[in-house]
Design a protein around this ligand. Structure first.
Ligand SMILES: Cc1cc2nc3c(=O)[nH]c(=O)nc-3n(C[C@H](O)[C@H](O)[C@H](O)COP(=O)(O)OP(=O)(O)OC[C@H]3O[C@@H](n4cnc5c(N)ncnc54)[C@H](O)[C@@H]3O)c2cc1C
Length: 372
């Protein structure tokens, strides 16, 4: 089967790898003009994704992430009030993406291809790119994230909705921490829960996947409720442009960076406030909700963030994209009939997403974050 995948991030690459393994003729079309780097931060590696990466030979487990063997809860003085066992490993979006990208044949991955429209005629799907180029496929996989053009074609009007809070984020090279600070954060998942908010911090690999002491980075995430007016101010970047979903590092307005730092000084224990203050370029992501009633129409499918956005507290965005992608390859190999395959895929993945969405909302509510 000739498969066109739109979006070459985690979901698109895993779909590409899995479908190609099953003998399909696969191409990935990514709008970015070149390698995506320096834009991501830390994320939890869920066991399902880790197992797939190692079993497929994409990576070696021992090289994959920075483990956090303990979870530690801080009080407002920065003292550890509670410490318990933790089995999470952390990686960085960049490192994960690079490993997947290296594994997928470069000649089948096409940068600088921004999808602008889709047409479906019978069992043939046409993709039209911004430069006018058109390609056809037997199956179109929309792995183009939460602003998906593919989804817009199937479900015009279904868009991510602001959930009432944001995540400020930052990455600090380990070399900028003192030895005591490195010890404090090493092998730990650090959490500071307080009034209607929490901040979490953990070490992730260096930009090129370095896992050794001295070359890692400290990643922090600080969740804060923001009413719609404050959200609009915050998402207006240094050039006055409103960005609906995220303001990348270097683009936050100086005023918003100052506000963030002032708030950190007032509200956070010293050890965490210092991390916010020493982050040269913090960035911010709006937390959104989005789900579709069905993940396919005819020969057009959508997966990962394009189909459903889960709250970050579940630490499952990449793992969900992975599940959707490998499950798609699996049903296409199991069923001879494509309609039957896609129906089976949707039935399973839809329930999986719905459970994660509900779980994420429950976790946010438990932390008094957002509007329900
Ligand atoms: C640069 C980047 C950094 C991220 N950093 C983190 C992180 O630090 N921590 C974390 O937990 N999650 C991060 N995420 C989100 C996380 O990776 C997603 O939840 C998860 O990867 C789901 O992946 P996805 O492939 O469904 O969607 P996404 O990762 O959102 O990927 C969508 C892809 O589609 C491409 N695309 C969009 N529109 C078009 C179009 N019209 N034509 C062609 N291509 C298009 C985008 O450029 C992107 O590569 C990041 C995503 C991106 C893109």
């Amino acid at each position: 089967m000739k498969v066109a995948i739109i979006g070459g991030s985690v979901g698109g690459l895993i779909a590409g790898i899995a479908l190609k393994k099953d003998g399909h003729e696969v191409n990935i079309y990514e709008r970015s003009p070149s390698e995506m780097q320096g834009r991501g931060a830390g994320l939890v590696v869920q066991p399902n994704l880790m197992n797939y990466m190692t079993a497929t030979g994409i990576t070696r487990e021992q090289l994959f992430g920075v483990p956090a063997l303990q979870r530690q809860i801080l009080n407002d003085q920065g003292y550890v009030t509670y410490r318990y066992e933790n089995d999470t490993s952390f990686t960085s979006w960049n490192y994960l993406w690079k490993q997947l990208k290296q594994y997928f044949p470069a000649e089948l991955y096409h940068y600088n291809h921004k999808l602008s429209a889709v047409k479906q005629t019978g069992d043939v799907v046409e993709s039209i790119f911004a430069d006018g180029q058109t390609i056809t496929a037997d199956l179109l996989v929309g792995a183009d994230g939460y602003s998906s053009v593919v989804r817009e074609h199937i479900y015009p009007g279904i868009e991510p909705v602001y959930a009432g809070y944001v995540a400020y984020r930052g990455l600090i090279p380990e070399t900028e921490l003192t030895d005591d600070e490195v010890d404090f954060f090493s092998n730990k998942f650090t959490l500071y829960p307080y009034n209607n908010s929490h901040l979490l911090a953990y070490l992730v690999p260096g930009n090129n996947g370095e896992l050794d002491k001295g070359n890692r980075q400290l990643n922090w995430v600080w969740y804060l409720n923001k009413n719609v007016q404050d959200y609009k101010n915050l998402m207006t970047d240094k050039d006055g442009r409103f960005r609906q979903f995220s303001v990348p590092a270097t683009f936050m307005s100086p005023e918003n960076v100052t506000n963030l730092r002032e708030r950190a000084k007032k509200e956070l224990p010293q050890i965490l406030a210092d991390r916010v203050l020493q982050t040269t370029y913090p960035f911010v992501q709006a937390i959104v909700d989005m789900e579709v009633p069905k993940m396919y129409k005819g020969r057009i499918t959508i997966l990962g963030d394009a189909a459903a956005v889960v709250r970050p507290h579940t630490a499952s965005g990449t793992a969900k994209a992975y599940e959707d992608a490998v499950a798609l390859a699996y049903v296409l190999s199991k069923y001879k009939d494509t309609d039957q395959a896609l129906k089976a895929w949707n039935d399973a993945e839809f329930v999986y997403a719905a459970d994660l969405i509900a779980y994420g909302r429950k976790l946010a509510k438990g932390s008094s974050l957002g509007i329900g």
